[in-house]
Ligand binder design. Sequence first.
Ligand SMILES: [Zn+2]
Ligand SMILES: [Zn+2]
Length: 251
Amino acid sequence: MDISALLKRVRFYITVPTCVHCGERLDYEDRVFCPDCRSRYENVKLRNCSRCAKILSKCSCPNDYLDAHLVHRLIKIVRYVSSLEDLPQNRLVFSLKRENRDDVAALCAEELASAIRASIEDPSAFVLTYVPRRGSARRKYGVDQARILAEHIARLLGLPVIHALRSRARAPQKKLDAKQRRENAVFLGRRGVDLSGKRVLLVDDIVTTGASMGAAASVLRGLGAREIVGVCLAIAYKDPFVPFEKPPHFA
Ligand SMILES: [Zn+2]
Ligand SMILES: [Zn+2]
């Protein structure tokens, strides 16, 4: 065993990582999920988009709101189901927002990087930016999850991250209705940022109505971006084309 593998193993046993979903201690071979929760998560990832029939990680359909804000493609991995708390994908999003676990961010970023490679012909033609977290939430939880995801993805794809936006939202989006979300989602371009002619991958952890990502995209357009592709771990919107079904484990 070489020294870096040894250090990795020592670090593993010192930090005692637990399954992000059920909280059980992980074995050294496990990553983020224990084997049971992993197989549930892999199962969730196989769900199809009802517009294009591809599995979500191969689909880049936006919702109508994003489409109207010139985000014509949205890359994603799973569907977040807000009425059912106990789902592995929900725990991943929760952990990204609250726990600042490097293994969780790394796993999500790897899945997103391969989804980006699968949906975009030439990722190297893009720059990355992210939908920044509201300042008070960032201070409370000590993490800007979209920024962390963007930085991990950037390393994997060899792309630059541009810190293009600042959040001016007053309240958490979570408790607001669609109209309030649109009013609350206020972003400003950072001074000196010029995206003229650039193709931009815009990263967020979750897209619910698209209000935040749509507003962020409009500001990026104002900074000169010529194309914006959304990237998120989870979508929470219900597809208007097909009635929403419960995932198999909760049928
Ligand atoms: Zn588990
Ligand atoms: Zn689709």
